[in-house]
Design a protein around this ligand. Structure first.
Ligand SMILES: [Fe+2]
Ligand SMILES: [Fe+2]
Length: 264
């Protein structure tokens, strides 16, 4: 029997417009998770497994997103999508909320926070180099990694508090992946099919480079569910399913209009 891997994303959001996404982010904004006090101490094995890993992801979730906000404003103006700017603002707040959930857990267990890491610095540098498409592609690459990482982190300890945090983050990352890929594929519709194909191809290259770096640093957590091969395979399957879904929703977004919307 041929084995086919299922994407990690538990939900693909069928939203057709940026306004639908803004509505989603507004509805989700008050849904803050209250992280309770974790009375169960981590044993030494659990601590060793996660203590050098969580801080890197906590840092990754805590960006202020200044470059992204500025470019999202330009995107809104260029394509006549005023809702995009606010949706991005709310999206950044949601990411920062993930950072604060993790930080609270870290404080409870005496795990020190990280101020800068090689993975995060590299991601930030790449994001600043080019336009919004590069930023969105690097962001969603981190989110594709997050889909596998948090599912492993939930199993890395017996802590029900950490499990609830991971569950919430995974739920919201599902939405983020759909949101980003829809707008990335919308940008692809403004290009020739060859340029769009190359953009997607480079994205898989970026993902696989990121996976190697993430494995080196976080394999103790990732091994809870995956071998290196399984991790690479799952993340590629996730990106492929998300690109496919993003294309479908981006086409619905331009609904019957010409593929190329030359607003510039
Ligand atoms: Fe996040
Ligand atoms: Fe996210």
């Amino acid at each position: 029997m041929k084995f086919r891997m299922q994407p990690s994303q538990s939900k693909f959001y069928p939203y057709q417009t940026t306004a639908d996404w803004l509505d989603y982010f507004r509805r989700n904004a008050p849904e803050t998770l209250s992280v309770e006090t974790d009375h169960r101490p981590l044993n030494s094995e659990e601590f060793a497994r996660i203590a050098t890993s969580i801080p890197d992801f906590q840092l990754g979730e805590s960006s202020e997103g200044r470059t992204l906000r500025r470019l999202a404003g330009q995107f809104s103006d260029r394509f006549g999508l005023p809702e995009y700017s606010e949706a991005i603002d709310l999206f950044i707040r949601e990411e920062n909320r993930h950072a604060s959930y993790l930080l609270r857990f870290m404080h409870q267990h005496g795990i020190p926070r990280e101020r800068a890491s090689l993975n995060n610095t590299a991601f930030h540098k790449v994001r600043k180099l080019l336009g919004i498409e590069t930023i969105l592609r690097t962001l969603v690459t981190g989110e594709i990694v997050a889909l596998t990482y948090y599912s492993c982190l939930a199993k890395a300890t017996e802590s029900p508090v950490l499990q609830r945090i991971c569950e919430r983050i995974l739920d919201e990352e599902d939405a983020h992946v759909s949101f980003q890929l829809q707008h990335i594929e919308f940008l692809n519709l403004q290009k020739s099919p060859t340029a769009a194909f190359l953009g997607d191809l480079l994205h898989f290259g970026l993902l696989n480079a990121a996976l190697c770096a993430v494995w080196i640093r976080h394999h103790r957590v990732l091994r809870m569910r995956f071998s290196l091969f399984g991790f690479v395979r799952q993340a590629n399957c996730d990106l492929s399913a998300a690109v496919h879904h993003g294309r479908k929703t981006a086409l619905e977004m331009i609904d019957g209009r010409s593929r190329k919307i030359a607003f510039a």
